[in-house]
Design a protein around this ligand. Sequence first.
Ligand code: TRP
Length: 387
Amino acid sequence: MVLPIVGSEEVKVTPWEAEAFVDYDRLIKVFGAKALSDEEIDLLKGLAGELHPMVRRRVFYSHRDFDVFLRMFKEGFKCALYTGRGPSGHTHVGHILPWIFTKWLQDRLGLHLFFQMTDDEKFWHDEKQELSVTNRLAYENILDLAALDLDPRKTHVIIDSEDIRYLYPIAVKVAKKITYSTQKATFGFTDSTNVGMVFYPVLQMTVAFLPSELYGEDVYVLIPAGIDQDPYWRIARDIASSLGYPKPAQIHNKLLPGLGPEGKMSSSKPETAVYTTDDPEVAKQKIMKAFTGGQPTVELQRKLGGNPDRCSIFKMYEMMFEEDDVKLQERYHACKTGNLLCGECKAELAERVSKYLIDFQRKREKARNNLSDFLLRTKFNPPKVSK
Ligand code: TRP
């Protein structure tokens, strides 16, 4: 489904679709978000003690009220993290990118994370999808959170189709604040969109207010997520104060490009995505076949150099698989000057990714034994709405 964001028809970034190499500066303007500034980065460094490479490199690059969130945190107000996943398939490395940073925030700032699994959304979104499938995938996807070492005592997963009693008391109030015309204008719904999809955004917004109800006090919520999810938060922020909740803050990450010639890494194009469940050998092959920013021949590559700025392989290093800034810089330079050939660069990444997957999959399987420790319903009672 191609959903234009009204007012910015050329920008193809919606909750359901995105290009590979997006003009992020433009997107910030179109979406009305703010670029992450040195000031916020310093504030984060002061509180966290160090900086995550994803912040240093501006993989997380824009925000709404991240500065306010950090100040509230510093002053001792109650804060929490919120993110989520539409379980339409197995998880790929593009999905875990924001979760890696979320886990870092959880550790560094000692925050609880509320994590929404939208098995309903993915069922409604795809005509051919079965709810039993998205629900099963929600549980599979929880294993990925465990494999990332998110702390089960501080990570609370909500599965929409099963945990609606946690959301509904809040959702009824949220829904009353949103008109159909706002939904249409924000998400591009049409007369043939099913009403499940039309209602769904209410549930995604509701989780931003859930911590305040669960703790019975104002909780400042930060949402680390791809900028494609921003439309939900624009509405959530508009209605928050009228419902008596703090406005949720966001920090947006860039989307990991897919390994094919175009598009973000996407479950709808499995050959362009490295799944956490891929056999490490299969993952290697996908990487070796990836589309790069290189020249068509070795001779031309040596002569003209490659284009790391438009290369899915370089982006994998930059966004996830090279922590060392100096080494990343060297790789960039070696590519541009034609000293590094795509084949070598891919082979090295393939090796790293396959090692990563072997370790990840071991932890992932182990987590099947304590999966229920991650479920919100095993730890909290449903909220009684006070506001
Ligand atoms: N709609 C998101 C998706 O399709 C899932 C989601 C629910 C989410 N709540 C969220 C993503 C909060 C980021 C932050 O993947």
